[in-house]
Ligand binder design. Structure first.
Ligand code: FES
Length: 168
């Protein structure tokens, strides 16, 4: 059936029939685009957080590998027998100024399950409160509890007005 015959059967002119057909086509096209756009937005809303969650460890390790040294302004004034928490890249770390005037910088990430450890000035040990792990604050060696290995040690330079911590 031609357009003229279809239009005549519908009681309209051929031009009205073509206009109606064009409007119907544009409505369908709009609906397709709207539904497609909503689908893409929905997939993005769900997919992006999943991507961020899964990619974070990779990004963190890349950032950590990129950091070679950290300068801690005024850390040379740290009192004897105390510690300073700082970040080496994204990792929590500890700078300790011992009572005998020796210094050490260590990763503050427990080697058992990754909790953040803390310096206890009363015992002069580094302790993990998650499962009771203990480390020697002079060397970072694991001395009791579940930690399987020592804390990672950094090289340090104590200067006038700052302490520089470097990847060992
Ligand atoms: S995470 Fe530190 S002892 Fe378990």
């Amino acid at each position: 059936m031609s357009k003229k015959e279809t239009a005549a059967a519908a009681g309209t002119t051929a031009d009205e029939f073509e206009d109606e057909e064009a409007r119907e086509f544009s409505r369908r096209g709009f609906l397709k685009i709207a539904v497609g756009g909503a689908g893409v937005a929905y997939a993005g809303a769900i997919g992006y957080p999943i991507y961020r969650y899964l990619s974070t460890p990779v990004e963190k390790s890349a950032e950590l590998a990129a950091v070679k040294e950290v300068v801690l302004p005024n850390a040379d004034k740290l009192l004897k027998g105390s510690a300073l928490m700082f970040k080496f890249g994204v990792r929590p770390s500890l700078l300790i100024h011992h009572a005998d005037d020796s210094w050490i910088a260590l990763s503050a990430v427990c080697t058992h399950m990754g909790c953040t450890v803390a310096f206890n000035p009363a015992t002069a040990q580094i302790e993990c409160h998650c499962h009771g792990g203990k480390y020697d604050a002079k060397t970072g060696e694991n001395i009791s509890g579940p930690p399987p290995k020592p804390l990672k040690k950094f090289d340090i330079t104590v200067g006038q007005g700052s302490v520089t911590v470097r990847r060992a």
